[in-house]
Design a protein around this ligand. Structure first.
Ligand SMILES: Nc1ncnc2c1ncn2[C@@H]1O[C@H](COP(=O)(O)OP(=O)(O)OP(=O)(O)O)[C@@H](O)[C@H]1O
Length: 507
């Protein structure tokens, strides 16, 4: 008899107030394989992972581990049973060392004390299993995104995980890092571990996964298909129940100078030179893309352009007017819209209802305010219109932002920022965590704004997005703009090379 599957999920159901997040979800994760879960935003993928990891309890349905039924009441139970999970937002303490993060919360030795030299050796062994090197004594906050992700994986393996759940692990990685992650997953698979991961990138899913499960609106529509028997087109079709339309980018003439940065520099409190004499122009009706490995100044660039941070040196102008000393509020009033990198901390009040979130930063503008009074009904109606326009799938405008799926939160923020007809849009990762159909929809709206004259400064970790959407593309490294590439003549691999500082740059 063949071995039972590592994990078998049958007819899981989970309802939240007003929403059935998982209606009927099933999948079979075979031992020693990589299994991808795909589906539109809000399809119920994260809910499934949280059910498996003991963060939520299913209303009905069954979970079997190695053929045995299990019922977890907390992640602690799931970890004890051999599950590990790497969340989209890493759960590491930045001010602790890699080693401290890894052993934090893990069982100490028999004597109740932690044997540090033994723990260090074990961490090094796990890294060797993964085929990566991470210094156990490095400060976690100083590591790159890819390294922090490795630490999360090491942490799970250190605790003895045999099944690893990864929630959109590649969303934050550049192509070279994606390849390294896949190589690590491959090593784990050969050693008999089983991996379940969520992704929105179908080509990538087909490249690495053995099996694929498709969830549409809370229901499994394809249960554990062999990946070599489907195409990305078929998967997209299964996900949305319709064909995707490819959009061609129109050539467009750029207009007046909208935003200009002149030799802008910024040193952070920890002494790091975040921006080093950055000069760039964004004209009306064009998209200027910024490529770079995360942590090379893109975040601070957007923050300075938005007026959230003030540069130490240099000048910013908006349609010729010096705005260097103005803040976010002032710039918003002057027509600047901002889609920030961290939607949880900078774009949404998670506990507040959507209609309040709709008004953030614009409390005094119509239709939210009449003669200075907030009109709640108008704000709600306006929010519901925005939800329809941007296909934000949620019951009504009274629902708290926290209970929206990640992709729906992003669609909401984009809709809110574009609603005012901005002159300049500062967009950091506008489609991060958003499914392919919604990505196209978001870009259609941004392109409409561009056609209406908006100038867009785009920061993204998605190289295909940068290459297909930018009119001009600049590469950022260690706080400076180091290369200019032609988005029409550059491949994602060449761009990845330029981002890592390699000399020869195409275009
Ligand atoms: N804690 C919660 N309370 C209320 N509703 C929730 C909660 N968590 C999820 N939902 C709802 O359940 C549905 C499924 O959400 P889920 O996060 O599982 O989707 P997803 O497929 O992971 O989406 P995405 O790709 O956008 O991350 C959504 O409609 C979401 O609003």
């Amino acid at each position: 008899m063949s071995a039972p599957p590592a994990l078998r999920v049958r007819h899981l159901r989970k309802q939240f107030p007003g929403v059935v997040a998982n209606e009927d979800v099933s999948l079979t994760l075979r031992a020693g394989t990589v299994h991808a879960v795909v589906g539109e935003n809000g399809a119920g993928k994260s809910t499934l992972m949280k059910l498996l990891y003991g963060m939520h309890r299913p209303d009905s349905g069954e979970i079997h581990l190695d053929g045995e039924p299990v019922r977890f009441t907390s992640p602690r139970d799931a970890i004890a049973a051999g599950l590990g999970m790497v969340h989209q937002h890493f759960m590491l303490a930045d001010n602790l060392s890699v080693l401290e993060n890894v052993v934090l919360g893990a069982e100490p030795g028999r004597a109740g004390v932690l044997d540090l030299p033994a723990a260090t050796r074990r961490v090094e062994e796990v890294c060797a299993d993964l085929g990566v090197t991470v210094d156990p004594h490095a400060e976690t906050g100083a590591l790159s995104v890819a390294d922090r992700q490795r630490v999360e994986i090491v942490k799970s393996l250190y605790r003895g995980a045999r099944i690893l759940i990864l929630d959109e692990p590649t969303a934050v990685l550049v192509p070279q890092e994606v390849e390294r992650l896949f190589a690590s997953l491959d090593r784990l698979r050969t050693r008999g571990l089983s991996i379940l991961f969520i992704s929105h990138k179908l080509d990538e899913v087909l490249a690495v996964a053995d099996d694929v499960t498709v969830i549409r609106r809370g229901v499994t529509v394809a249960d554990s298909l062999p990946a070599n028997e489907v195409s990305s087109r078929e998967l997209a079709h299964l996900m949305i129940g319709a064909e995707l339309v490819r959009t061609e980018r129109p050539a467009r003439p750029a207009g007046r100078l909208a935003l200009r940065l002149e030799e802008v520099s910024l040193r952070l409190a920890d002494g790091r030179q975040a921006l080093d004499s950055v000069s760039l122009d964004v004209r009306e009706g064009e998209v200027v893309g910024i490529a770079g490995v995360e942590g090379n100044g893109q975040t601070e660039l957007i923050e300075c352009a938005a007026g959230v941070r003030r540069p130490d040196r240099g000048r910013l102008t908006l349609f010729g007017q010096d705005v260097t000393g103005t803040n976010l509020r002032w710039r918003r009033a002057a027509g600047v819209a901002v889609v920030p990198e961290d939607r949880h901390r900078q774009a949404l009040l998670l506990e507040a209802p959507l209609w309040e979130n709709r008004m953030l930063g614009r409390q005094s503008a119509p239709p939210n305010s009449r003669r200075g009074w907030l009109t709640r009904r108008a704000a709600r109606r306006d929010t519901e219109r925005l939800m329809r326009d941007y296909d934000v799938r949620v019951r009504d405008a009274g629902v708290a932002a926290a209970s929206l799926s990640g992709g729906n939160q992003q669609k909401f923020v984009i809709g809110r920022e574009l609603a005012g007809g901005p002159k300049v849009l500062l967009a950091a990762h506008p489609t991060r965590g958003v499914d392919i159909a919604a990505q196209q929809q978001i870009w259609r709206r941004i392109e409409d704004a561009v056609a209406a004259g908006a100038g867009v400064l785009l920061v993204s970790a998605d190289l295909d997005e940068l290459l297909t959407r930018s009119d001009r593309l600049l590469v950022m490294l260690r706080g400076g703009l180091v290369a200019r590439v032609d988005p029409r003549r550059t491949s994602a691999e060449q761009l990845g090379m330029a981002m890592s500082g390699a000399r020869e740059v195409a275009g």
